[in-house]
Design a protein around this ligand. Sequence first.
Ligand code: SF4
Ligand code: MG
Length: 283
Amino acid sequence: MATFKDFRNKVKPNWCPGCGDFSVQAAIQRAAANVGIEPDDLAVVSGIGCSGRISGYINSYGLHGVHGRALPIAQGVKMANRDLTVIASGGDGDGFAIGMGHTIHAIRRNIDITYIVMDNQIYGLTKGQTSPRSEMGFKTKSTPGGSIESALNVMEMALTAGATFVAQSFSSDLKELTALIEQGVNHKGFSLINVFSPCVTFNKVNTYDWFKQNITKLADVEEYDPNNRMKAMQTLMEHNGLVTGLIYQNTEQPSYQELIPTYDKKPLAHQDLQLDEAKFKEM
Ligand code: SF4
Ligand code: MG
């Protein structure tokens, strides 16, 4: 049986020292081993951005795709090979700006993949611009006077779009993050895991200390019930979205694949084609 070390390859990540994405990489590797899959059972598909490099740093099938398009590719991979565990990943700019249309429709489609977003509330790869997750007043090169747009509350958005698995974590909390990725992979449907993953180089506001001071862990909220969608929404609004843990899960709704009438039939490429030789001779 594979251990997390089997999901390591020889490529050295070129993230800045201290970047939150290192922990997300480690959590994916640990979670993959913990759910009992082998490296050739896993495909990691990523978009563009610092976090998009992650698909090259894991020993599995991987595809570093196009900006904002990790989800269409990942969904195609899953439909073509349903036996693969498919993880899509990228940053907040990738998934919640250019890729937002795909994010919403993948959520409501409930296709059985896991989407991990490394949310640093900034564009890191292009050296620090305001993202859809940046708070109002956030100063960067693109908003030197402070952002005049409000930050997107992605967890609330996911709930209203019909998500069946909504979770959030903090890259420093490797234990919680690993457990949530395991739960997301085991969930029968689309699982969205937003990870606060600090950009130590360009975001000097939302730092590790800032998150430690502002996050509320749902594990510490008395009688929190992740099966109650209304309560999930209320809790998010009360904490301005700054909660970590399993926010909501609906285990009743079938996945996209389960609702396809021909789901029990293998895709054409996987069938043993029975060629009618007589017909070929007629042609
Ligand atoms: Fe990480 Fe920011 Fe460096 Fe990119 S620029 S690798 S997000 S710390
Ligand atoms: Mg970002």
